[in-house]
Design a protein around this ligand. Structure first.
Ligand SMILES: *Cc1c(COP(=O)(O)O)cnc(C)c1O
Length: 466
């Protein structure tokens, strides 16, 4: 399988190169040059398979040329063996038509583990082949940092430096990062906001010498391998609910448009997806884009769903590219316009291409609270605020009542237990697998939020190339 850039001028690359590169050299994102096709018979043959076997079948066409089926199976077995539920991503029924797909049974209690556990395995495999080394540098407001650290802790070919804004992530989120004491893990608390931390990371990547010297790499959801890993659970859930003989709708709490774009990919591959509901909080750029064609950046408003407090959704570019006719040169111009003015209109082709499959909803704090209460009253389920945004949108969406609607549950309620307690009066206990989190030793550096301080810290500890 070859991958092309959404901006039309970077060279096409195979899966291994795309995984290690992250962003394309023309500033675009990589997408497969064509979508693998699954017939109804191929989908029917997934019935009854384990998560790992489903993952192997669904991902095999994407990794062709870079990994054999045996290699892929080994990596998936290692990645998903660390989940605490045998089904890896179990389905829970809420009423006669609403279901939740629980994606939070991985080591750090959010759905990002599904993709990052596999990405950690892929990095290790590809870097050993090349005898190369990567330095991951990232900024996190919580979930990505802990999932990425867990996925690469103790690996020989990777160092990870993770910046978080001091005092602005939850205790659970901070401890999930800072209690990992592996020698290749460096946590840095920055005196500043998440945006400050993010700006420092961007500046490091823009420093070409620094980037080359330490072979810097990112683990955010622009990496194609992350999206690919997320396609699997759409197949896994739909097959359990009757696909290919019955269409299924999904509602997805959305920030960077990665998780829901994976649902679009599943549909393109032949899975009968009736609808994809894009659920946003009050940071609603995606809702405005999909309902009115207006993609314009607003101010980020902090909410009880911090992982969705985003105003620019990096993966949306992949949808604009594919739904808009795959014209990379035109899209490069459109995106440059957006980067300059922080606003753009979708083209008619982009709007129509998206309207076939997507609908969207903007859910405010009341809507979120009501969905949390409904899940508890209807089915005894204590759900996290992000999942509640998805569920509220699912219940509002105009979807044929005979079609099952699956809401993706993206975090364990205990990860956001203060917000859950405020909304429901119930404080969810931490699951046993992280039970001694508050007894573990923490280690992290505290640095001023200056470029000089952070680059000096990284340069002293990272492994230079060659
Ligand atoms: C990252 C995250 C999201 C948003 O996912 P995207 O792929 O960025 O759309 C939603 N919920 C939780 C809990 C997350 O950690």
């Amino acid at each position: 399988m070859q991958y092309v850039s959404t901006r039309g001028s970077a060279p096409a690359l195979g899966f291994e190169d795309v995984t290690l590169a992250g962003l394309a050299s023309d500033g675009g994102l990589y997408v497969p040059e064509s979508w693998p096709q699954f017939s109804a018979a191929d989908i029917r043959a997934l019935a009854g398979l384990s998560y790992v076997e489903t993952a192997v079948r669904v991902m095999a066409p994407f990794v062709a040329g870079s990994l054999s089926e045996e290699e892929l199976r080994d990596l998936c077995t290692a990645a998903y063996g660390r989940f605490s539920h045998d089904a890896v991503t179990p389905l829970v029924q809420l009423d006669n038509r609403h279901w939740m797909l629980e994606l939070f049974h991985g080591p750090t209690l959010a759905f990002k583990d599904v993709a990052l556990q596999l990405l950690g395995q892929l990095f290790e495999r590809f870097l050993s082949r090349r005898d190369d080394h990567l330095t991951i540098v990232g900024a996190t407001s919580g979930d990505t940092g802990s999932a990425a650290i867990d996925a690469v802790a103790g690996r020989e070919k990777v160092d990870i430096f993770m910046l978080h804004p001091e005092g602005r992530v939850s205790d659970v989120q901070r401890r999930q990062m800072t209690t990992v004491l592996a020698p290749n893990v460096y946590n840095i608390a920055i005196d500043g906001s998440f945006d400050d931390a993010q700006a420092l990371v961007k500046r490091m990547f823009n420093d070409a010498d620094f980037k080359a010297r330490f072979n810097l790499s990112a683990v955010n959801s622009i990496n194609w391998a992350r999206l690919m890993a997320q396609v699997v659970y759409y197949f896994y859930a739909a097959v359990r609910l009757g696909a290919p003989d019955r269409p299924i709708a999904f509602s997805v709490p959305t920030g960077n448009f990665g998780d829901v774009f994976a649902g679009y990919v599943a549909s393109k591959m032949g899975l009968p997806v009736a609808r994809l509901v894009v659920a946003t909080n009050v940071n609603d750029i995606l809702h405005r884009a999909l309902s009115e064609g207006d993609y314009s950046q607003g101010q980020v408003v902090p909410t009880a769903t911090p992982s969705m407090d985003i105003q620019v959704s990096s993966n949306f570019e992949r949808l604009l590219f594919d739904a808009g006719g795959r014209d990379g040169v035109a899209l490069a111009q459109q995106m440059q316009g957006f980067e300059a003015s922080k606003a753009m209109r979708l083209t008619n082709a982009q709007r129509e291409g998206a309207a076939n499959l997507f609908t969207s909803a903007r859910i405010d704090a009341d809507g979120m609270t009501m969905a949390m209460r409904w899940a508890f009253d209807a089915a005894g389920q204590v759900i996290d605020p992000h999942s509640a945004i998805g569920l509220a949108a699912a219940r509002e969406a105009d979807i044929d009542p005979s079609i099952p609607v699956v809401t993706l549950a993206t975090a364990h309620a205990a990860k956001f237990r203060d917000a859950v307690e405020r909304a429901t009066g119930t404080r969810p206990p931490l699951p046993a697998r992280v039970g001694d989190l508050f007894a573990r030793e923490e280690s992290y550096a505290k640095l001023p939020g200056t470029f000089e301080a952070v680059t000096a810290y990284v340069a002293e500890r990272a492994t230079p190339r060659g």
